[in-house]
Design a binder for this molecule. Structure first.
Ligand code: S3P
Length: 165
């Protein structure tokens, strides 16, 4: 089984993915970590700063290609994978794609809790626009949409495993 979590920055892909993988006894993979490993930089922010977003997307595509061969995994994808169709094609291979749909209020709160702000969360206004642009893409690629507002991590994981209540 291959499960890929997609969704905006701060939608809880990592936290949900970790618990989900534990419950299903699958390996957890954080895509951003692998993308960073493909570069010589110290952080994702540094890749964006020194090499630019386009270069980051190229690395992300290579990671998705590597991951296409992996089975029995839960993959927490980068928030921008939906911007590249080829990346999504690799991720979608034999996968169940789950969109964690989160309202901007919760996204904002969760991103503010992070020690380092993601590079594309430049300002509230910019992030809001980006979410509006990406929402239809997340919905199109998803096999299942889970609304995460007003739910805790265990509620969300149960909904993914047992279906909507
Ligand atoms: C990005 C989201 C980040 C990371 C990079 C770009 C995006 O991942 O891949 O900063 O374009 O939304 P998370 O969604 O895991 O924060």
């Amino acid at each position: 089984m291959r499960i890929v979590l997609i969704g905006f920055m701060g939608s809880g892909k990592t936290t949900v993915g970790r618990l989900l993988s534990k419950k299903l006894k699958l390996r957890f993979i954080e895509m951003d970590d692998l993308t960073l490993q493909k570069s010589s930089r110290k952080s994702i922010n540094e890749i964006f700063e020194k090499d630019g977003e386009e270069y980051f997307r190229k690395l992300e595509l290579l990671v998705a290609k590597d991951l296409a061969k992996k089975d029995n995994v839960v993959i927490s994808s980068g928030g921008g994978v939906v911007m590249n169709k080829s990346t999504m094609n690799y991720l979608a291979k034999n996968s169940r794609i789950i969109y964690l749909k989160t309202g901007f209020g919760k996204i904002r709160k969760q991103v503010m809790l992070k020690k380092i702000r993601p590079p594309l969360f430049k300002s509230i206004a910019f992030a809001k626009k980006l979410l509006i642009l990406r929402e239809p893409l997340y919905e199109n690629f998803a096999n299942m949409i889970v609304n995460t507002d007003n739910k805790n991590v265990s509620n969300i994981v149960e909904e993914i495993i047992y279906g909507r209540k």
